[in-house]
Design a protein around this ligand. Sequence first.
Ligand code: ATP
Length: 277
Amino acid sequence: MAAIEVVDLSMTYGDLRAVDAVSLEVAEGEFVGILGPNGAGKTTLLEMVEGLREPDSGRATVLGMPVWPRNAGLLPRIGVQLQASAFFERLTAREQLHTFAALYAVPVREADDWLERVGLVEKADTRVEDLSGGQAQRLSIACALVHDPELVFLDEPTAALDPQARRNLWDLLSGLNDSGRTVVLTTHYMDEAEVLCDRVAIMDAGAILRFDTPDALIRGLDAPTRILLADGEVLTTRDPAQEIARLADEHRLDGIRVQTGTLEDVFLDLTGREYRA
Ligand SMILES: Nc1ncnc2c1ncn2[C@@H]1O[C@H](COP(=O)(O)OP(=O)(O)OP(=O)(O)O)[C@@H](O)[C@H]1O
């Protein structure tokens, strides 16, 4: 069964078609990334799929159930982390987490485990308004996951995180996915999408331009290989084996780096280089 089925979903704000007849399917157990420039429509699309926003047209089905009108039966089965965290004011990190856990009848001890999983044990008694941006983000992720949902939606979960926290979150999300959970996230980090995602949807101006595995997207780009030599010279070639053999003959292999196309190249190729409004 598909975890998510989206058919012709559209949303217009005034004259702006933020999401333009998007259709896509995510299989159960898949890890999917949605990439797109600022304003591409990623958040609007996610919010409609999560059942938080009524679409103008089209339909979305999650775990076999329509998401709109709001479906209370889905809430315990999905976890949603929003870009702007809405915390209950003046609670400590632990109290905040316990409040979310109580909504889903999750035992306090299980909730406390999440403080450890997102590295906030030392901040358990700190009020949410006194957490740093990255700490607040980790707390909001813990709150979204505390009830062990089957399907997890994360909107730029690593945006404010330092490299340590980012890698730890990658491990946590990979672990969830390995144990069968479906994960859908938006991100601006191409390396993150390449490492984590089974498939990546590249979105711009309300439409999904491509939806495929990172490998297939990169192969489709047909980019030349770049060989960076230790002395700073850069060779661009479509026959790297021959170039490397030549460098070996000339004893110039020490310190070389070989770069093929990346997901970032694919992204820029599809979406261009100009700023978005
Ligand atoms: N409530 C709203 N009213 C009017 N316009 C909106 C509203 N929400 C979003 N938009 C516009 O719709 C477009 C898509 O916004 P959205 O937040 O979905 O993009 P995004 O891809 O998530 O962007 P980012 O990467 O910056 O988070 C943008 O041009 C935005 O200005």
